[in-house]
Ligand binder design. Structure first.
Ligand SMILES: C[S@@+](CC[C@H](N)C(=O)[O-])C[C@H]1O[C@@H](n2cnc3c(N)ncnc32)[C@H](O)[C@@H]1O
Length: 254
């Protein structure tokens, strides 16, 4: 198995593939003041196995296009949607988030939890703007410094993993520069990382290693995840995911 297959194998049985929580997804929805009964069209980009997709389908009168470039994750999402009787509200689409086959102004809402970093926040919010209707909502979570300065060990780690990591004011400025009016921001609390993501992942390491014959590559993945978890536990005061809620402006209005 190559690294992608191993990572898919590690994550596909999890409820979520990154930090987040149902209460926090619902909080973002409340801050957006979305009308839950109004028919709407949503794209959930980098949906993984669909933690947010399934909740949105349950809460809203919406048709949701759930996008991920890993078909294995989408297959799990499809099975979950069927079990919950939500299949009619969800269409899965296997493609890359930097090559979306969407029309101009096709969507009322673009949702993306813990995934936009794959193409970079600035590129993502700039590229996806065209797919939103005017006054449509962009709701994205993005790893964010929560303090003005931080220890160099932490800074070095995240700057090599994701050079775009920054403070919320810089992310909000990027939204403003790219045709959005920011209307809400909050940070994910600790339980979204530890209880909802890291602990279930750690509990799955034993089975993951057994399934993969404790290969060197599988062990390297476990070590890298453990290092990320240790870093979070040591330095969690300095970063989290920020959840950004913004409305697309009509820049052609007089
Ligand atoms: C950290 S996970 C978050 C998944 C899910 N939103 C959640 O919160 O549980 C990031 C997701 O983005 C997907 N992904 C990564 N690069 C992608 C790309 N270029 N296009 C589409 N999906 C991508 C991964 O397969 C993964 O499911």
């Amino acid at each position: 198995m190559d690294d992608y297959q191993l990572l898919t194998d590690l994550h596909k049985n999890a409820n979520r593939q990154g930090p987040g929580g149902d209460a926090e997804t619902e909080k973002a929805l409340s801050l957006a003041m979305a009308d839950r009964d109004e028919p709407s069209k949503i794209a959930d980009i980098g949906c993984g196995t669909g933690a947010s997709t399934l909740l949105l389908a349950r809460l809203l009168n919406a048709q949701i296009t759930a996008v991920d470039f890993l078909q294995d994750f989408l297959d799990v999402l499809k099975g979950r949607a069927e079990n919950l009787g939500l299949s009619e509200k969800i269409m899965t689409l296997c493609c890359s988030m930097d090559n979306l086959p969407f029309g101009e102004e096709e969507y009322d809402v673009i949702w993306s939890e813990g995934a936009i970093y794959n193409i970079g926040f600035e590129k993502g919010v700039a590229d996806w703007n065209r797919y939103l209707k005017v006054d449509g909502l962009l709701i994205v979570s993005e790893i964010t410094w929560t303090t003005a300065s931080r220890p160099s060990e932490l800074q070095k780690h995240w700057e090599s993993e994701y050079p775009e990591i920054d403070v919320a004011s810089s992310k909000i400025r990027i939204l403003e520069k790219n045709g959005y009016s920011p209307i809400g921001y909050f940070i994910l609390p600790e339980h979204c990382w530890l209880d909802n993501y890291y602990r279930p992942m750690q509990n799955s390491f034993g089975d993951f290693l057994n399934r993969n014959g404790a290969s060197e590559d599988a062990q390297a993945i476990v070590e890298a995840e453990n290092r990320e978890i240790e870093l979070y536990e040591k330095y969690k005061a300095h970063y989290s995911y920020g959840v950004y809620i913004a409305k697309k402006l009509n820049l052609h209005k007089p």
